[in-house]
Design a protein around this ligand. Structure first.
Ligand code: ARG
Length: 463
């Protein structure tokens, strides 16, 4: 079937059947069809604009391409492996539909600049959809943070209770991770939105093309400056997957906390039944599969990042067939990230926050010890001495199985005469929380103000 291939002119033997399947990308790059057609229409319009095509030819090509788009939309297009990829499938179908004039579409371009353009157009939309999904999750987090702005919770370091915090404050830390993810995507979008078309195979073309015209039609910020770089650069894909891997890392950290928190041992939250699954053997089980799976899927995206970096590391200029391997990691990254963000955004609002458990855990573990040290400093004791005194108080509390607030004033006085009866005000969780009343602090009033600011900081998808 070698004759079926648009490039078969110089070949006398047909392609080996295994090679044909091995080298084909149509199985996965058909996903680019909308963007391939969009790029082809703009290219035909530009060719007519500079006089390489007549208006009539352009009209026939544009109409034919739109009909093919409808065919594919309706699942009526028959994809051919012999035609290798999405580009040649669509081009061959165009010729089939509109005849000889269809053969003029590929004037002044190559699949090399075509595929790089398609992927950039695809990713530009992908970034906008992912950015929107991030914003949706951020909104869900903010709503919960607002509701739990004053809920005492244990703050951890080394997964040991450290100091009391508000649960809303913890959620706002999640929000900040996502702010940076959204910023990274917006920044990455600038470098995605550069147009390779016109680079042709590698060296440009001898036709009087108008690249700025095509770029404008396709909404690109600018044509790529260097034709060799235009067809071979995949930095934009690496940047995207890198930003996505970091985003997944954040979702994975949140997942890890949700898995811990929903265990009987922590008991801080309960995920709604709709977001959990049971066990086929243990009737009592309610498993946090959703966060577990998000945590697990993080590995895929990190893997895609490594795959793309490795794909590029030894490629000489300009295009190499290796580049065909760029698409599946990008596609799967978008699918994985979108799925994870959406399931998270759905799960957060229905999550039950168990305030009594959180409070109990916040009181446990001498979480107000630092507050006692700060109290001593306010009484004129040097911080290092205060640290020592509080250490002894904690020792006493452990030995007698009490909380710091249960130590008598006489006992405190033996440790330091600087301690007065007002000390009990700082030993409560509420007192500790209210005291951390500065920008970025955990005091309930600060959390409420931070939520208000955060709502204005949400990043709108797009430019
Ligand atoms: N399917 C190819 C890819 O994804 C399209 C470009 C092919 N170019 C070539 N010179 N063989 O990279």
């Amino acid at each position: 079937m070698a004759k079926e291939k648009p490039w078969s002119g110089r070949f006398t033997e047909p392609t080996n059947a295994i090679v044909e399947t091995f080298t084909a990308s149509v199985f996965f790059d058909r996903r680019l069809y909308l963007y391939d057609i969009m790029g082809s229409i703009a290219h035909a319009q530009m060719l007519a604009h500079v006089g390489v095509l007549t208006k009539k030819e352009r009209g026939a090509i544009v109409k034919g391409l739109k009909e093919i788009e409808a065919e594919i939309d309706a699942d009526k297009f028959s994809w051919s492996v012999a035609l290798e990829d999405v580009h040649m499938n669509i081009e061959a179908r165009l010729i089939e539909r509109i005849g000889e004039v269809g053969k003029k579409l590929h004037t002044g371009r190559s699949r090399n600049d075509q595929v790089a353009t398609d992927l950039r157009l695809y990713l530009r939309d992908g970034i906008d959809v992912v950015s929107d999904a991030i914003a949706q999750l951020q909104k869900a987090i903010l709503d919960l943070a607002e509701r739990e702005a004053g809920t005492p919770a244990p703050g951890f370091t080394h997964l040991q209770v450290a100091q009391p915090i508000t649960f809303g404050h913890h959620l706002l830390a999640w929000f900040e991770m996502l702010v940076r993810d959204a910023q990274r995507l917006r920044d990455c979008r600038k470098r995605v939105n550069i147009m390779p078309l016109g680079a042709a195979a590698l060296a440009g073309t001898s036709y009087p093309i108008d690249r700025a015209y095509t770029a404008k039609l396709l909404g690109f910020d600018a044509p790529a400056e260097n034709s060799l770089d235009a067809v071979s650069d995949r930095d934009f894909a690496i940047e995207f997957v890198s930003a996505a891997a970091l985003l997944m890392t954040h979702l994975s950290r949140m997942s890890e906390e949700l898995v811990l928190w929903s265990s009987a041992q922590f008991g801080f939250v309960e995920l709604s039944d709709a977001y959990c699954t049971g066990s086929s053997i243990m009737p009592q089980k309610k498993n946090p599969d959703v966060p577990e799976l998000v945590r697990g899927k993080t590995g895929r995206v990190t893997g895609h990042l490594v795959a793309l970096l490795t794909l590029m590391k030894a490629q000489p200029l300009a295009y190499n067939k290796d580049n065909q391997e760029d698409k599946e990691p990008v596609f799967d990254t978008i699918d994985t990230v979108l799925g994870s963000l959406r399931v998270f955004a759905g799960m957060i609002p229905g999550m039950k926050v168990k305030r009594d458990h959180l409070l109990r855990a916040a009181v446990m573990g001498f979480s107000t010890a630092t507050d006692l040290a700060d109290y001593l400093v306010r009484q004129g004791v040097a911080f290092r001495d205060a640290h020592e005194i509080v250490g002894k108080a904690v020792r006493l509390a452990i030995d007698t199985d009490r909380d710091l607030s249960q130590i008598d004033l006489d006992e405190f006085k033996k440790l330091s005469t600087a301690i007065g009866k007002d000390v009990y005000g700082v030993l409560t969780v509420e007192g500790s929380l209210a005291a951390r009343n500065h920008l970025g602090g955990t005091a309930p009033t600060q959390v409420k103000a931070a939520v208000k600011r955060a709502r204005k900081r949400l990043i709108r998808p797009g430019k």
